[in-house]
Write a protein that binds this ligand. Sequence first.
Ligand code: ADP
Length: 184
Amino acid sequence: MYLYNLKLKKIELIVVIFSVELNFSYLCMLKNQDMKRAIFPGTFDPFTIGHYSIVRRGLNVFDEIVIAIGKNQSKKTLFSVEKRIDIVKQAFPNENRVKVLEYDSLTVDFARSVDAKFILRGLRTVSDFEYERTIADTNNIISGIETVILFTESAYSHISSTVARDLISYGKDITEFLPRGVKV
Ligand code: ADP
């Protein structure tokens, strides 16, 4: 009798564990379906504190952001892809909601390949506006992917990768242009 009870208890325990496991997998599945993932595409030559601020604030909107480093063969860059990836990793050492990947395809194809339904971009000036709008419209028409644009924080509106590269070419220090703790 005692043995029989023990057997029954074991079976009950297994059933409970199994159903907890099932519920957990189901919740994970729901969570993944609802996950808002965006890519933040750019050349990031180099990734600046302006870019960093857009990603930080983007994390209030999205569950996960994939920083997508464009590897356009025809575009000559100062920093190698490996170095550009390393800079992003230094900027987000403990943030598991930020990923970094390189890509050399059409941006919307890359977004689809990582299951992202949004593209995140930053806007500094009026001159950025027309360019960003054209690209956002085109991407939406060809893929249905929405672009979400955040205005730059005014403290960083003068920061650009182009100016950072110019300063480097004159041997100047660009620490102030980079996210805190990043070394190039
Ligand atoms: P791209 O080569 O596609 O222009 P960039 O690396 O220059 O890529 O920029 C990627 C995105 O970051 C763009 O949306 C750009 O407008 C934005 N961005 C660049 N600098 C800043 C900044 N200082 N503040 C906010 N957004 C910025």
